[in-house]
Ligand binder design. Structure first.
Ligand code: TXA
Ligand code: MG
Length: 334
């Protein structure tokens, strides 16, 4: 494939992107969460191109993006009252619903499942493209499988140069972590992936929601079903610890050539030659810069990265802790 072009989202570029989608090609687009790698969700060949460009295992299904609730209804077999309630409350927005799929979608995008993941994104460029294309766009995060998700057009370029012809540049993503994935096909709705729409926001509208609260203990595995354990990974070996382990972490740091520490607590910083990247203590602000900070940490030429885990899983911290857990392994015992 020829080199990748980054384009501002002019009406011309949107029309061109829609035409590429119609011809079965892939296009990278901004959403409010992270950048996506889009293709026509009805075309098996187009979906195959997404999996090839990402190097994604065929067993991991994709999310279908639609322009509105009416379009969502066309691509599911059932749209239950709870889905309508949640769509009214949170769409366009970072909430993905798992529902029984419609036959018109490519079987390949659901990895053989009878269900589909569907959401309406809250980004003007994504919505513009969806309306111009006038069809469903399947889009996983626009990164190589297993690595850090992109929150700028430049991140997409770094991941997928020469693997995608066109990136629509919609600026930095406002949310910064992927959408909440909510399964509505089970007796009790269940969160499969934490995001900006939290169980505390969902429960008042639809009743109890199962939400695997990620333990803040750094040594326990991630609990969410259907998710890869190792994910969002930086290139540098990355470790995690919880605040009570700081003394042990300091001993460990002292034995390393150069550690880059990511920390929400500016009081916990290592001496030179080690470095610290201080993350915002506010959850929304932290989520927004999380992936860019992991990428920045990778450029500091550390021998390893070390991440202080959040000491709460309230609200958006659950999503942040989940991503950090998958991006790291526990600090080796002393
Ligand atoms: O915010 C987001 O959701 C971004 C933007 C681009 O919209 N997209 C994204 O897609 O994060 P991706 O492919 O990286 O993550 C999709 C997640 C995966 O964890 C996948 O396992 C889950 O959704 N998923 C997709 N279809 C599913 C299904 N039918 N049942 C259960 N989980 C499903
Ligand atoms: Mg992803």
């Amino acid at each position: 494939m020829t080199a990748t072009r980054i384009s501002p989202p002019t009406p011309q570029a949107i029309a061109e992107a829609a035409e590429m989608l119609r011809r079965g090609h892939i296009v990278a687009l901004p959403t409010e969460t992270v950048y996506g790698l889009g293709a026509d969700a009805r075309s098996d060949d187009a979906i195959a191109r997404i999996y090839a460009a990402k190097g994604r295992p065929a067993t991991n299904p994709l999310i279908v993006h639609v322009a509105d609730t009416a379009a969502a209804r066309r691509y599911v077999a059932v749209f239950p009252p709870a889905a309508q309630t949640l769509a009214d409350a949170f769409w366009p927005g970072p909430l993905t619903l798992i529902l029984p799929r419609a036959k018109s979608l490519s079987p390949r995008l659901s990895a053989g499942l009878a269900t589909v993941a569907i959401r309406c994104p809250a980004h003007p460029v994504a919505l513009d493209l969806l309306r111009t294309f006038d069809g469903p766009i399947a889009a996983p995060s626009a990164n190589r499988s297993g690595f850090t998700s992109p929150t700028t057009a430049q991140h997409v370029y770094a991941e997928l140069n020469a693997r995608v012809p066109l990136i629509l540049d919609g600026g930095p993503c406002a949310v910064g972590v992927e959408s909440t994935v909510l399964d509505l096909t089970t007796a009790t709705p269940a969160i499969l992936r934490h995001g900006a729409i939290t169980s505390a926001m969902l429960a008042p509208l639809i009743g109890p929601v199962l939400a695997p609260t990620p333990s803040v203990r750094p040594d326990t595995p991630a609990p969410s079903p259907g998710m890869l354990d190792r994910h969002y990974a930086p290139a540098t070996p990355a470790f995690r610890f919880a605040k009570p382990q700081w003394p042990a972490a300091q001993n460990w740091i002292a034995q390393q050539p150069k550690v880059v520490l990511l920390t929400t607590d500016p009081a916990l910083t290592p001496p030179p030659p080690h470095e610290a990247i201080v993350l915002p203590a506010d959850a929304a602000a932290c989520a927004r810069v999380l992936y860019a900070s992991l990428r920045e940490a990778d450029t500091r030429e550390g021998s390893s990265l070390l991440v202080l885990m959040p000491d709460t899983s309230d609200g958006l911290w659950a999503a942040i802790a989940d991503r950090l857990r998958r991006a790291t392994v526990p600090l080796p015992p002393a």
